[in-house]
Design a protein around this ligand. Structure first.
Ligand code: ATP
Length: 247
């Protein structure tokens, strides 16, 4: 065992029948770093995040957090899925209390952290309403708050920006930057490359389950992350100019 701190993923493999969704994936994220996992649709990002969070069992490979196998570090990991749901009869506050209790927090700490999250994500006006009445962005704010309330050592966040309005999105980045500054590991999957290139410290691009490039923000040195993405994945936007003249 090494004395490396942070998230360490080595030789991770996950197959679904004939399909190898994640193929010999290895990378690490230091404490204090925000790492963006990028890749085309179906590249294997969500499968990777679910394996790190314990929701999908790898066929092979190792995942450790601060030198401990993630299987025994679950309570120090917060996972936010790309399509978060809250039982519709629960209010946002009830959901957050439940999330806090699952983490073993005492009621006063839960109360204080909910107050803080409600303020920063501007939820005061509706946090006691049934979540069945919430918009997608409102659910996203509550579920992200559940992760921040837990104050985990590792944040695993799948597509955090979908549904968030511009101020909430900027608040989200400030929160993850503050969490990283406190020593947390932050792993985010996103397709919003221009924003990721501003806020994330390192980037890993996966394609067909394999890591095809990792680089730091410094190594980007002003290059456009989206163009780099197209280049290393061999993808590009379609030509569409004939579309509206062909019928
Ligand atoms: P997106 O950007 O579209 O969210 P992704 O990079 O998150 O994609 P994954 O959801 O990890 O991709 O999927 C990787 C591959 O594994 C895809 O080919 C997908 O069809 C397949 N896959 C994922 N989950 C399952 C499953 N439960 N059963 C069968 N195949 C699956």
């Amino acid at each position: 065992m090494t004395d490396r701190k942070g998230l360490e993923i080595s030789s991770l493999v996950r197959r679904y029948g004939e399909k190898t969704a994640v193929d010999d994936l290895s990378f690490s994220v230091d404490r204090g770093d925000i790492f963006a996992l990028l890749g085309p649709n179906g590249a294997g990002k969500t499968t990777t995040l679910k394996m790190i969070s314990g929701l999908v069992i790898p066929d092979s490979g190792d995942i450790t957090l601060n030198d401990e196998p993630v299987g025994s570090a679950r309570r120090r990991i917060a996972y936010v899925p790309d399509e978060p749901t809250i039982f519709p009869n629960l209010s946002g506050r009830e959901y957050l209390r439940y999330a806090g209790r699952l983490r073993g927090l005492d009621p006063e700490a839960i109360h204080q952290r909910i107050l803080l999250c409600s303020r920063v994500f501007e939820m005061d006006g509706w946090l006691d309403h049934r979540s069945g009445s919430y918009s997608h962005g409102m659910i996203q704010r509550v579920v992200l708050s559940g992760a921040f309330i837990a104050r985990p050592d590792l944040y695993v966040i799948d597509e955090p920006l979908v549904g968030l309005d511009p101020p909430a999105a900027e608040t989200f980045w400030r929160m993850v930057e503050a969490a990283a500054a406190e020593g947390a590991v932050v792993l985010i999957s996103t397709h919003t490359l221009p924003i990721a290139s501003i806020h994330c410290h390192r980037f890993g691009i996966i394609h067909n389950g394999r890591l095809v490039r990792t680089l730091s923000r410094g190594e980007l040195s002003g290059r456009d992350l989206q163009n780099l993405f197209f280049e290393v994945t061999g993808t590009s936007p379609a030509e569409v100019q004939d579309f509206f003249h062909c019928y």
